[in-house]
Design a protein around this ligand. Structure first.
Ligand SMILES: Nc1nc2c(ncn2[C@@H]2O[C@H](COP(=O)(O)OP(=O)(O)OP(=O)(O)O)[C@@H](O)[C@H]2O)c(=O)[nH]1
Ligand SMILES: [Mg+2]
Length: 200
């Protein structure tokens, strides 16, 4: 486990009035740890462990060549989105065996960002199914890898059977600006659902 040392960036500006808890979820190796790491203004907390060969029978490593570690509990990071709003990000593994962890992590969460990979779109259904069971609203961000096929967003929306109101966008989990854009879309969606003014 790797956690943040105290530093100036660890302190929130006095103007912050609202703290929102969000989950960052998605199937194995979709880029959750990368996403939280790219965004967090504090050194992210990670729980990475080296993958063993035995694990290849449990988690399909297809499309994740060169990946040596996996998250065994959660990722945690913080983003101050504007002067008054801070987001706490909890990255959670998407496999069914982590359902119990999800039940704890979703307590107090306002919504979730689902990272998806169009090379392995079918694997997102399990994650979206869990969110729907837990009645947590979500947005979907397509994390684009070098060999990602160029599907249109409408095609992907249809394939994932998303509601027309569910935000769907592309992102690069390694890029702070791109990742921030997806969180703004999610927060805007959540505010619209609660009837708050959309000012994220
Ligand atoms: N090319 C490219 N590589 C990426 C991108 N996002 C993540 N990666 C790489 O993909 C691999 C998997 O990323 P992780 O962030 O570990 O994925 P994860 O979802 O946290 O994985 P688990 O916790 O094991 O489920 C890493 O080697 C990343 O460097 C991306 O947008 N583009
Ligand atoms: Mg991870």
């Amino acid at each position: 486990m790797d956690c943040a040392p105290a530093s100036e960036a660890a302190y929130l500006p006095a103007s912050v009035r609202t703290a929102v808890k969000l989950l960052v979820v998605g199937h194995f190796a979709v880029g959750k740890t990368t996403f939280v790491g790219a965004l967090s203004e504090i050194r992210p907390l990670r729980t990475e462990e080296v993958m063993t060969r035995a694990g290849a029978f449990v988690d399909d490593v297809t499309g994740a060549r060169g990946k040596a570690t996996t998250t065994v509990a959660l990722d945690f990071g913080r983003v101050t989105l504007n002067d008054t709003l801070v987001l706490y990000l909890f990255g959670a593994p998407g496999q069914r065996r982590f359902t119990r962890l999800w039940r704890d992590l979703t307590r107090g969460a306002l919504g979730a960002l689902v990272l998806a990979d169009t090379r392995r779109l079918d694997r997102s259904f399990e994650v979206m199914g869990l969110l729907e069971e837990l009645e947590l609203p979500y947005a979907v961000a397509l994390n684009e890898f070098d060999d990602t096929p160029g599907y249109g967003l409408d095609e992907v929306r249809e394939a994932l059977d998303l509601l027309p109101s569910t935000p769907l966008l592309r992102c690069d989990a390694r890029d702070r600006v791109s990742a921030t854009g997806t969180l703004i879309a999610l927060v805007t969606h959540l505010l619209a659902r609660t009837g708050e003014p959309e000012e994220a």
